[in-house]
Design a protein around this ligand. Structure first.
Ligand code: FES
Ligand code: FES
Length: 154
C-alpha cells in the first residue's frame, strides 16, 4: 500500500508492505538509522519517535497506521544550523549516555515528557521514562539531564 508520512518536515511517499513496522519504514525505507531497534517487542524504548508530537515506540505500530501523520526522529531535533535541541544539549552536559544505544529513544521520550509537563520532578522523570531501558544503567545522569532540560523549558 502507498503511505504518505511527513518525516522531520519532509514528505515521504512510498509503497510499503502492510506488515511493515514504522521503525523499519524509518530505518530502511527512509534511510534514517538514528532510531534504534533494541528489542522489537515494545519493551526497550530504543525506537521511540514523536508521532504528531507524542512519543510512540515505533516498533509497536505499522507504517500504514502512521499514514498522514507527522513523525519526528532524532535526526529532526537539532536546528537547521546544527545547534542541539535543549534536551540533546542537556544529555551532553550531564553525561546522560554511555554507549549511546538507548539515547535517541531516551531523548525523544524526554522531549515528549517535558512538553507534557515542564514542572517535572525526579520521580516524574523516572516514571515518565520507565518504558525506556538503558543497558548501561546510566539512569542517574539521564534523569539529571531531563530535569535540567525541563528547567530550561519552564
Ligand atoms: Fe521498540 Fe524496543 S525496539 S521498544
Ligand atoms: Fe548504553 Fe543506554 S547508554 S544503553
Amino acid at each position: 500500500m502507498r503511505v504518505r508520512i511527513t518525516v522531520n518536515d519532509r514528505v515521504e511517499e512510498h509503497d510499503v508492505e502492510a506488515r511493515q513496522l514504522l521503525v523499519h519504514f524509518l530505518r530502511e525505507t527512509v534511510g534514517l538509522t538514528g532510531t534504534n531497534v533494541g528489542c522489537d517487542t515494545s519493551s526497550c524504548g530504543a525506537c521511540t519517535v514523536l508521532l504528531d508530537g507524542e512519543s510512540v515506540k515505533s516498533c509497536t505500530i505499522l507504517a500504514a497506521q502512521a499514514d498522514g501523520a507527522a513523525i519526528t526522529t532524532i535526526e529532526g531535533l537539532a536546528g537547521r544550523d546544527g545547534s542541539l535541541h535543549p534536551v540533546q544539549q542537556a544529555f551532553r552536559e550531564h553525561h546522560g549516555l554511555q554507549c549511546g544505544f538507548c539515547t535517541p529513544g531516551m531523548v525523544m521520550a524526554a522531549v515528549s515528557l517535558i512538553a507534557e509537563n515542564p514542572e517535572l520532578d525526579e520521580a516524574g522523570v523516572r516514571l515518565g521514562l520507565e518504558g525506556n531501558l538503558c543497558r548501561c544503567t546510566g539512569y542517574h545522569n539521564i534523569v539529571q539531564a531531563v530535569l535540567a532540560a525541563a528547567s530550561v523549558a519552564r
